[in-house]
Design a protein around this ligand. Structure first.
Ligand SMILES: Cc1ncc(COP(=O)(O)O)c(C=O)c1O
Length: 395
């Protein structure tokens, strides 16, 4: 469905999308792009600096291209992704905003990066040399952001090496040092002192570069949680993912009420049956009826990102009900206990609101023993994404 709409003039697509019921779909995501635009504006207001929209992993499951377009329409300038292929996908969809690849990019991509104005992250000498040789022999330049490891211990030059490294990298032809950044390991835990310590390290690095006249123009450090907990680290730009989607950075770092979750996951009732007491349900009979029970099948399974764990819940007819038995690849079964008048085709909400009830990505994460990030990033590619503008006035 999303593909069907691809290529339609945006205003026309909006007209269709806001009015569309989608009876032909069995399992789908609804993405509220107005919510994402609202959250982007809130992040700008609160951080008081440039906000790079982190749209890696298919915009945390929400849809890379449509989310990026919505952020740009709301005034967004910068995008950030994890891998080169994600940046290339933006470019092949005519999204020309500055984009930073925050992970490692093999030198094989550097010429395309230079041509497409895709910014690469740099954190080792060998890669720097390879980028430099490949670009400058063709008279090109690639923009790079230096990554400093202030304590995440994942990627980055150690603080002691940054000055030397920067002096050396600045002398390499074919490279333009546009930015310098770090990443926080525990910014969502405001009570621990790790982030203060990381900020101090980063400040020392910046001061050293500044004295040597080597400080790259764009300095950035904060993720969503840091925007709220460590406003002193806003610098020239913040890189926000989870809050852009209206999801809480952690139980200790909850978003203000002005943020809105953007993702709703829905499926439909596909079959209803009455079972006698003692019947097994689904693979391995991990559920058995204890009385005469009405059981419905719904069109969602673990291949959609709905995990195969016991204890899942869903919303149906504005009530919460439970999944029974094992979640299958494409389907699962739910109890219709206490629910009257359910029919094939009725909508089931797995994440989102129905009536006055809501199942949040955070509820699901708690039940799955994980974080909301993993819940939304796990939404499968095969799920059609229906993009909605619920707030026409501000789009
Ligand atoms: C380097 C980097 N910056 C920023 C972000 C955005 O983080 P968040 O989604 O917590 O805002 C991420 C996400 O993992 C990241 O890896």
């Amino acid at each position: 469905m999303a593909n069907l709409l691809f290529g339609l003039q945006e205003s026309k697509a909006r007209f269709i999308l806001v009015r569309m019921n989608h009876p032909a779909l069995t399992t789908w995501l609804e993405i509220d792009l107005s919510a994402i635009q609202n959250n982007y504006r809130e992040l700008c207001r609160i951080s008081r600096t440039k906000v790079a929209a982190v749209v890696k992993a298919n915009a945390y499951g929400h849809g890379l291209i449509e989310v990026s377009q919505a952020v740009i329409r709301a005034g967004g300038e910068w995008l950030a992704v994890a891998r080169f292929e994600e940046a290339a996908r933006l470019r092949s969809n005519w999204i020309l905003a500055p984009v930073l690849v925050m992970g490692y990019t093999p030198p094989e991509h550097v010429l395309e990066a230079a041509k497409e104005n895709i910014r690469l992250t740099l954190f080792d000498r060998q890669t720097a040399l390879q980028y430099s040789e490949l670009t400058h022999t063709r008279g090109m330049k690639v923009k790079v952001h230096l990554k400093v490891n202030t304590g995440m211990n994942r990627l980055g030059i150690s603080p002691e090496e940054v000055l030397d490294f920067t002096r050396w990298a600045a002398s390499l032809p074919g490279l333009e040092l546009e930015g310098i950044f770090t990443h926080f390991a525990r910014a969502d835990e405001p009570e621990v002192d790790t982030t203060d310590w990381q900020i101090r390290k980063f400040e020392e690095v910046l001061a050293g570069l500044h004295s040597a006249g080597l400080k790259p123009p764009l300095v950035h450090a904060s993720n969503s949680a840091a925007v709220f907990n460590f406003p002193q680290a806003a610098y020239d730009m913040v890189r926000c993912g989870i809050a852009l989607y209206g999801l809480h950075p952690s139980p200790e770092t909850m978003l203000p009420g002005t943020f809105k979750p953007a993702l709703t996951l829905k499926a439909r009732i596909t079959s209803i049956r009455d079972l006698a007491a003692g019947e097994g349900v689904g693979y391995n009979y991990r559920y058995r009826t204890t009385k005469t029970e009405k059981i419905a099948t719904i069109s969602i399974g673990y291949a959609d990102g709905f995990r195969r764990v016991m204890g899942n819940k869903v919303l149906l007819h504005k009530k919460e009900t439970r999944v029974v038995g094992s979640v299958c690849m494409d389907q699962c079964m739910i109890s219709l206990d206490g629910l009257a008048g359910v029919q094939v085709g009725d909508e089931v909400v797995l994440i989102g609101k129905q009536g006055s009830l809501q199942r949040t990505a955070e509820d699901v994460a708690r039940e799955w023993g994980t974080v909301n990030y993993e819940v939304v990033c796990g939404m499968a590619d095969r799920l059609p994404r229906i993009f909605l503008y619920t707030d026409e006035g501000k789009g």
